[in-house]
Write a new protein. Structure first.
Length: 321
């Protein structure tokens, strides 16, 4: 943790108090001049720090993405989780994949305030404007062969669902496999990408990308505004940092047990599709049927003209209400 992060953490821990340069210097083992330089650097980075003569410095809450602010609400088991936060990236998934190729430590997290080349399934562009979204990738190194991939993708959606519910009280809808909808519009997409070791031909790393429209943005193209929404249309009651903490807490809790599928009952309860007539696109084939359930391995079960069929992949392109 850098000096700036340590200093910010001390200020965040006592938000109602002014801490003098001498107090901060003693706590960090640095000079008052070094404290002053760190304070100036934090202000340049966008943090709101109030300065009062003869009393010191005080932190003022902000929604600026911040490792200390995220870490403040992480479970005790995640306090050492590496958090890489950037003002701008082409893609958090691409950055995580590069780290995997370099054999970097895992798990670790990549977060950007803005993506210039964000993408979703099938390489579709994911519009990622600054200061309004959560663009987050989790780099994992599975310690055993990946099984029940369908369960993992549904578990990620459940993690984000639970995080939103826990922090805001809002209950969103889940569109199989792992898109989240609110008030009839998509607010979150999740993209999981596996990285294969060339020699062993086994999956060496897994990257899970989460793109969530946190606050309304005028940058969303007009042609998407009828389909794409945001979690909040007005002033959000929580910060992005708080929701990111909750997402990471929920994910790493569920990741330990997702193969047991115990979360699926909750997933089904909030499914946007069960009982509805849909069109599923799988490669060049379109299949129409009524969604009967999501089965024990996370597959979509359709009642079609030829009987029950289960699908582990594909995209629901139409929902016939």
């Amino acid at each position: 943790m850098s000096t700036q992060e340590k200093l910010l953490t001390l200020l965040i821990e006592q938000p109602s108090k002014y801490l003098s340069g001498e107090q901060l210097g003693q706590a960090l083992g640095i000079s008052r001049t070094a404290v002053w330089k760190a304070i100036q650097a934090l202000k340049v980075a966008g943090y709101q720090l109030e300065t009062k003569p003869h009393q010191g410095y005080r932190y003022q809450p902000t929604d600026l993405l911040s490792a200390p602010l995220i870490r403040q609400n992480l479970d005790a088991t995640l306090t050492d989780l590496p958090l890489n936060i950037f003002k701008e990236l082409a893609s958090t998934n691409q950055s995580a994949k590069k780290a995997a190729a370099e054999n970097s430590v895992s798990p670790q997290i990549f977060i950007a305030d803005q993506q210039t080349a964000g993408y979703g399934r099938y390489g579709r562009t994911f519009v990622s404007p600054e200061q309004s979204g959560i663009y987050l990738s989790i780099l994992l190194r599975p310690d055993q062969p990946l099984t029940d991939v369908g369960l993992l993708t549904t578990a990620v959606a459940m993690s984000v669902f639970r995080a939103i519910k826990a922090t805001t009280g809002i209950s969103v809808d889940i569109k199989w496999v792992n898109d989240l909808y609110y008030q009839g519009k998509k607010i979150c997409g999740i993209l999981s990408e596996a990285i294969t070791d060339f020699e062993s031909q086994q999956i060496s790393h897994l990257v899970i990308g989460i793109g969530l429209n946190f606050a309304d943005s005028t940058v969303i193209p007009a042609e998407l505004q009828s389909k794409v929404g945001a979690l909040f249309q007005q002033q959000p009651p929580i910060t992005r940092n708080q929701l990111i903490s909750a997402i990471l807490n929920q994910f790493f809790q569920l990741y330990q047990t997702y193969t047991q599928g115990e979360f699926l009952a909750e997933y089904r309860e909030h499914s946007l599709l069960i009982g509805r007539n849909v069109t599923l696109q799988q490669g060049q084939q379109s299949i129409t049927g009524t969604v009967k359930t999501i089965n024990a391995t996370g597959e979509l079960v359709l009642t079609t003209s030829t009987g029950l069929r289960s699908f582990s992949s594909g995209e629901v392109t139409k929902v016939h209400f």
